[in-house]
Design a protein around this ligand. Structure first.
Ligand code: TXA
Ligand code: MG
Length: 344
């Protein structure tokens, strides 16, 4: 199969392919999604196959309007109404109790709940409207790899396996949506940190819980996708949380072990080490978490095309968008931090 690149002006053709049960990748404000008709069982099964995704990991359904959600779920709690009003379209996915038969069976992977979101991307909203059906949209990467933030990333992973990609340029946020479970409306719970922070949610609806496994690692996660190895490039990733002295120590340590180091960090750190290490990729201005979130997946993918054998990546404070950034980075690194060998 030849994978076609569609421009925004060619949405009608892309929508037709979706109606025929083909897979079309679409841009969103977070990452690129792998789109298929959420009511077509064959098409949804193709999505799992193209990604190599485990069949017990349910998909997010992307809608073009708030109003249509009522057709798909058994109940819209007041808290969900408020959240949709404030944050949709936007990077917030809500888990509802699903109406029997609303979607193809495999969308929900056997659960009695469904994840729904309205993406903030006008081209993709028209694509959904033209297709006249809600679309499943897992991130359009090969399962386990960093999520795609450009059409080129999608092409790299899925060329020959999908009918097309709608090219909407680089995505904005760069990290996936926040997944919030509101099936227990009295205790809304974050299952995956993402583009909307806990503080932003709490400003609107008060106390928001965080799924325990995100706090302690021995619990089974409620969002099935969170238990898999994810976001990982070919090279091992080690997180560095500290000042330039610690970075210097880490660089020397791994070079002594014969590693070709790739550094993924802010401008200043990159400038400080660029003539000492094999490769660098800048996350942008020091301390700017929005820039770091926007660039992390592209950065992790960058090193795959270089000689680097090990990536040292910069830690950010786990607050606001930093919680989502660190969630992804820890998964990419299998939770490995560089520990100083020097006495405290
Ligand atoms: O920003 C995003 O959300 C992107 C863009 C393309 O919209 N999509 C995305 O989809 O990240 P995916 O499939 O990579 O991640 C979906 C997450 C997984 O962790 C999955 O386990 C969880 O949502 N999920 C889906 N349905 C669920 C359900 N019914 N209950 C709990 N978790 C669910
Ligand atoms: Mg994903």
């Amino acid at each position: 199969m030849k994978t076609k690149i569609f421009q925004a002006s060619e949405i009608k053709t892309a929508a037709e392919l979706i109606r025929e049960g083909e897979l079309i990748s679409f841009p969103t404000e977070t990452v690129y999604g792998l789109g298929a008709d959420a009511t077509n069982e064959q098409a949804v099964q193709k999505v799992y196959r193209a990604k190599g995704r485990p069949s017990d990991n349910p998909l997010i359904v992307h809608v073009a309007t708030k109003a249509e959600v009522a057709d798909y779920v058994t109940e819209i709690p007041t808290v969900a109404e408020i959240l949709m009003e404030y944050f949709w379209p936007g990077p917030l996915t809500l888990i509802f109790k699903v109406k029997e038969g609303a979607f193809a069976h495999t969308v929900t992977a056997g659960l009695d709940s469904v994840a729904i979101r309205m993406p903030d991307n006008s081209v993709t909203l028209s694509l959904i409207k033209e297709a006249q059906t809600p679309l499943v949209g897992p991130s359009a990467n090969t399962s386990g790899k960093p999520s795609p933030t450009t059409a080129k990333h999608v092409y790299h992973d899925l060329q020959g396996k999908i009918a097309g990609i709608v090219d909407g340029g680089a995505t904005g946020v760069g990290l996936e949506s926040t997944v919030l479970d509101i099936t227990t409306p009295e205790k809304p719970t974050i299952l995956r940190p993402g583009g909307i922070s806990r503080a932003e949610l709490e400003e609107v609806i008060g106390y928001v819980a965080v799924d325990q496994h995100l706090v302690s690692s021995d619990e089974v996660p409620k969002a099935p996708g969170m238990k898999y190895k994810h976001y990982s490039p070919d090279e091992p990733v080690i997180i560095v949380a500290g000042n330039q002295n610690l970075w210097q120590e880490a660089v020397r340590h791994y070079q002594a072990l014969g590693q070709q180091i790739g550094i993924l960090a802010n401008d200043e750190m990159v400038a400080a080490f660029s003539n000492q290490v094999a490769e660098t990729y800048s996350l942008g201005e020091k301390g700017n978490i929005h820039s770091a979130a926007h660039k992390i997946f592209a950065g992790l993918r960058y090193f795959e095309q270089t000689e680097a054998t090990l990536i040292l990546a910069e830690a950010y404070p786990e607050e606001g968008l930093g919680a989502a950034y660190m969630n992804r980075l820890k998964k990419a690194a299998g939770n490995q931090f560089y520990r100083s060998s020097e006495k405290l």
